[in-house]
Write a protein that binds this ligand. Structure first.
Ligand code: 0O2
Length: 211
């Protein structure tokens, strides 16, 4: 059984590793030009088997339909400093020719009831295997640092309460989500100032490294 899962998950692992390199590469290119990168950092993971089984049961997906119906077995996250950076990142993804964007879900314009905000894109990514090309679905979540902070905390609380939050926690999380939205808005207002400070800091760092 374990062997079966290893074989099934192998192309997903490969896709995550390849895409991490590719998407982190975008950030490096901005760094080399010394211009603001819309990407702060990138992470990736293959969904653990227990979570795949959980989600399949929850959504009524039969195990022989996982490839077609579970879009986030391979998942990447791209974190941004500012809300406007998210649009820039999505645009960069739309322009790429190494994968095809097949779905977009805007949970920023349409925040989830939980308070969750993020922009999701699902791409079809070709993995080269010894048996030829295998096209797999990969979900890329693009969010600000504040959205990520909220989602990370909410996700860990979810484990404790198995998704059934007591009413007061649910309310607090919704309020925290509103505070995170406000934080993103405030930071966007002083974006120019922040970027100027970051440019000065990186020039200082460069000249210190040269001397
Ligand atoms: P994990 O552990 O992150 O892999 P559904 O499961 O019905 O909400 P669906 O159709 O799979 O959604 O697509 P969606 O909503 O675009 O993507 C689901 C993923 O988005 C989740 O994966 C989370 O990563 C994230 N997400 C969605 N809603 C929430 C939320 O309310 N709170 C947090 N913290 N994350 C959320 P998994 O499989 O649930 O979990």
């Amino acid at each position: 059984m374990i062997r079966h899962w290893d074989l099934f998950l192998a192309p997903y692992k490969q896709a995550v590793e390849e895409l991490k390199v590719k998407l982190k590469g975008i950030r490096s290119q901005y760094d080399m030009k010394s211009t603001h990168s819309p990407i702060e950092f990138v992470t990736g993971r293959v969904k653990p088997i227990a979570s795949i089984l959980d989600k399949a049961t929850r959504k009524g997906i039969s195990l022989d339909r996982l490839e077609e119906e579970m879009q986030d077995i391979a998942g990447l996250r791209m974190m941004c400093q500012f809300t406007d950076d998210i649009k820039a990142v999505v645009e960069l993804l739309r322009q790429r020719t190494d994968f095809e964007l097949i779905e977009e879900r805007d949970y920023i314009l349409h925040k989830k009831e939980s308070g969750y905000r993020s922009y999701h894109v699902v791409v079809c990514y070709p993995v080269q295997t010894i048996k030829g090309e295998k096209r797999i679905l990969v979900e890329i979540q693009i969010r600000t640092l504040a959205m990520n902070f909220w989602a990370t905390i909410e996700h860990s609380l979810n484990y404790k309460y198995s998704g059934k939050f007591p009413e007061n926690i649910k309310k607090r999380l919704q309020r925290a989500s509103e505070a995170a939205t406000q934080l993103d808005e405030e930071m966007s207002q002083i974006r120019g100032e922040i970027q100027e400070a970051q440019a000065i800091f990186s020039r200082k760092k460069e000249s210190a490294e040269e001397s």
